[in-house]
Design a protein around this ligand. Structure first.
Ligand code: ATP
Ligand code: MG
Length: 245
């Protein structure tokens, strides 16, 4: 498959009138790119990712996924290609147990039960939670919920991955496994996070946001090494860089 990119032009959005949350956002994220989205609390990172999967269509400007304009008519088609992990795992999980949640998307696409099972088992194994298969969602820990959320998108074998704070609540081993998983994913991925070490390890390019705008975008190495820039926008150097100084 080719040309699986995201193109955003002059995106403006507000939840409530007269309170702009995203202002004139434009960027192109290409086929095999890995793009980090960083910025202080409330700058609009989650809102941006939500708009990219059509969770709110009341925006101005244009969003195109693989040249398909994002609108009501194209929503199902786009969601089939784009896997999105919510910042809050409770918003993602809605089935009674782990297996049912991870099996939901492939089943929804009308795949055979055999294929649904294969994909579900593969996704559970990829995030090392096969042992949680039968567990009710409400009995999971915070980190376990996050891993299940990630498995729910892996089972749909997405062409684009969008993740909002994926490393939150993960222990060091699961965090490292997720970094490896993401680095093995060869298509486009966009990751919003305050974990700048995670961004450093997974994203070649980084977009810095403040007050609903893109302040700077460029190579992750350049942006995350720029202590003055980060500090000016309420962030700090990744810990790994502090240690090296
Ligand atoms: N459902 C909503 N209704 C009204 N305002 C909202 C809603 N969701 C978010 N906002 C506001 O939009 C702004 C951007 O929020 P958003 O969640 O996108 O920020 P963020 O950059 O992801 O922050 P964080 O780092 O805390 O996750 C904030 O001012 C927030 O209060
Ligand atoms: Mg957020």
């Amino acid at each position: 498959m080719s040309h699986i990119h995201i193109c955003v032009e002059h995106l403006n959005f507000s939840y409530e009138k007269k309170q702009p949350v995203l202002q004139d956002i434009s960027f192109f994220a290409g086929e095999q790119e890995s793009v980090g989205i960083i910025g202080a609390n409330g700058v609009g990172k989650s809102t941006l990712l939500k708009l990219l999967v059509g969770l709110n269509l009341n925006f101005e400007g244009s969003i195109r996924v693989e040249d398909i304009p994002l609108e009501k008519r194209t929503l199902a088609k786009i969601r089939e290609r784009v896997g999105y992990v919510f910042q809050d795992a409770d918003s993602q999980l809605f089935m009674p147990n782990v297996y049912e949640d991870v099996a939901f998307a492939p089943r929804n696409y009308g795949l055979s039960e055999e294929e649904v099972e294969r994909r579900t088992e593969t996704a559970l194994a990829a995030v090392h939670i096969a042992h949680l298969r039968e567990k009710p969602i409400y009995k999971l820990s915070g980190g376990e919920k996050k891993m299940v959320s990630i498995a729910t998108i892996l089972s749909m074998t997405p062409d684009i991955i969008l993740m909002d704070e994926p490393s939150v609540a993960l222990d060091p081993k699961n965090r490292r496994n997720l970094i490896r998983l993401l680095n093995e994913f060869s298509h486009l991925k966009m990751i919003a996070s305050h974990d700048l070490d995670f961004i450093w390890d997974t994203c070649q390019r980084t977009i810095l946001m403040a007050e609903g705008k893109i302040i700077r975008e460029g190579k992750t190495e350049e942006i995350l090494r720029d202590g003055e820039l980060l500090e000016a926008y309420g962030l700090e150097l990744p810990l790994s860089l502090y240690e090296k100084r």
